[in-house]
Design a protein around this ligand. Structure first.
Ligand SMILES: [Zn+2]
Length: 153
């Protein structure tokens, strides 16, 4: 019964694009190594993207540590698209290469991809991107809403 109510709430939340309150527990994941501003930005973005599966933790690390982590997890980090972040699915950890940080838009764009891996529980880039496209639409809608009602904040 409880879960049925919860599911109903989730659907209501998903259906209304302009909700002001989130029903998911946005504090149920940890963010490590980020400045308070970046952490706040990231949490806001993830709230907007509203992924069905949250990471357990997101770690901002210096480049050398990022490379080290990818080695420890025996991941091949392709040059190209995923070389700024990667997700270790078994531990639901997302690593962000802090030295590559290029601003809010960058963060949202690539976090959408990593959340796509988590949502699909797949290491395939095309699976992640399929979901990421939807997340990016939500992000853009939120940006538009914020700029059209800037006085609210
Ligand atoms: Zn990827």
């Amino acid at each position: 019964m409880k879960s049925a109510i919860w599911l109903a709430l989730v659907f209501v939340t998903t259906a209304s694009a302009g909700w002001t309150q989130t029903l998911t527990d946005e504090t149920s994941y940890t963010v490590q190594g980020a400045t308070p501003e970046r952490e706040a930005t990231l949490r806001r973005q993830i709230q907007v993207m509203h992924p069905p599966v949250l990471p357990y933790r997101i770690r901002f690390v210096p480049h050398w540590q990022y490379l080290n982590a990818s080695r420890v997890y025996q991941l091949h980090v392709p040059r190209g698209m995923t070389s700024k972040m990667f997700t270790h699915l078994p531990s639901r950890s997302v690593f962000v290469d802090e030295d590559r940080y290029m601003g809010e838009e960058w963060l949202g764009h690539w976090m959408a991809h990593e959340l796509g891996h988590l949502a699909t529980n797949s290491t395939k880039e095309e699976d992640a991107e399929r979901v990421a496209r939807e997340y990016r639409i939500r992000l853009q809608a939120a940006v538009k809403e914020t700029s059209s009602s800037a006085s609210r904040n």
